[in-house]
Design a protein. Structure first.
Length: 255
């Protein structure tokens, strides 16, 4: 019976783990080990660029590549790992629970956005965590052109001042001008618990981020706004003296 190397996840780490495994097995002349990838879809999603426009382009099919190099693809989402028994329980595309045994396991499932239920109104916030989420945001941006010109329509609140939050914020002015016109009075506000935008990345980098934000039209972070522990109405109160808004982007990750 063949041994199995099971890789959970088909992102960059999962894809390269699979390709590296089959390469090493081929070099060693091994044909007694199966390399399998478990993921929701056989495609590499370019997640670091989901904040950009035309996000539907940010995916590359992996089925033919895996077939060519001998990687078995299993479509499903991992639900539970039994380390002692060496098996992974997963839910397949039809929603049925199944199991995969393994001899070696590579967990490359990545991270996910944190949307705490305690934050009232979180369901109305957008994010760029998954391709479907980014497509939902893109559809919302294009729908803004049907709304009357107002400070609320033209203001974006980005919750989270890490890499994803900063990238989302600095991309927003150009994306919105392409939809609403060059003369739209836009404002992008980053809400973060740091003392300044990008503060957690060091003083030098924080200064460069602030300069870049000013150039593209993103407002500085609201100092020490601990959105992730507050109710959504507290966020509204925190910024009500500065701007009105009718939508926000949520960028708080959990690993």
């Amino acid at each position: 019976m063949k041994q199995r190397i099971l890789i959970v996840g088909a992102g960059f780490a999962g894809m390269w783990s699979a390709l590296s495994a089959v390469r090493q097995l081929d070099r060693q002349g091994r044909d007694d080990v199966e390399v399998a990838v478990l993921a929701p879809q056989p495609e590499l999603r370019i997640r670091p660029r989901f904040y950009e426009p035309d996000v539907q382009r940010m995916a590359a099919p992996l089925g033919e590549l895996f077939a060519a190099v001998g990687v078995r693809f299993v479509q499903g989402s991992a639900q539970r790992i039994d380390v002692a028994g060496k098996w992974v329980e997963y839910r397949d595309a039809e929603g049925t629970l199944a199991q995969l045994d393994y001899d070696r396991l590579v967990l490359a499932a990545g991270s996910g956005v944190w949307r705490p239920a305690s934050v009232v109104g979180i369901d109305a916030a957008f994010d760029v965590d998954q391709l479907e989420d980014a497509l939902r945001l893109e559809a919302h941006l294009h729908a803004l052109r049907d709304l009357p010109d107002s400070p609320a329509r033209n203001t974006v609140v980005v919750a989270g001042g890490g890499f994803t939050g900063i990238e989302t914020a600095t991309e927003m002015p150009a994306r919105l001008r392409a939809i609403l016109g060059e003369k739209a009075a836009l404002r992008v506000i980053v809400v973060d618990r740091g003392a300044a935008i990008g503060a957690s990345m060091g003083a030098d980098l924080s200064g460069l981020i602030a300069e870049a934000s000013d150039r593209v039209g993103s407002a500085p972070a609201l100092s020490r706004s601990r959105v992730w522990k507050t109710m959504f109405c507290t966020l509204i109160r925190a910024i009500s003296m500065r701007a009105s808004f009718n939508w926000m982007s949520w960028n708080s990750a959990i690993f």
